[in-house]
Design a protein. Sequence first.
Length: 148
Amino acid sequence: MREALLLAREAAACDEVPVGAVVVRDGVIVGRGFNKPICRHDPSAHAEVMALRDAAGRLNNYRLPGCMLYVTLEPCVMCVGAIMHARIDRVVFGARDPKTGACGSVIDLFAETRLNHHASVSGGVLAEECGALLSSFFAARRQKTELA
């Protein structure tokens, strides 16, 4: 999760929402990503998707069984869909997302029995640090707007 936090800070430095993610297999990071939807003009360029793309490219496989995803913010519906399609075994996230979280905050897609893949999920890992990074980013953004 510490590596994901470093990537989240990289996103903030690019004026993107500070979310970072890493894919790990056998204790080794095989994929990294941070939010890039603004700079890429791509609504799918969330940290999780970027990390999955990186891992799939490195492992030469769009399926990522045996892998874990660490992400600083609870994944949204789109990201959970990508995680399912990649066959990630386990998701570990930091801060909960009460507005779009799809791992229990708003909806729990991994608990939906009608879907064909179910990753195990753990939330709240370094939640305070992950949440503080997001809170300070949005506070700074609001302050810029007020000053403009």
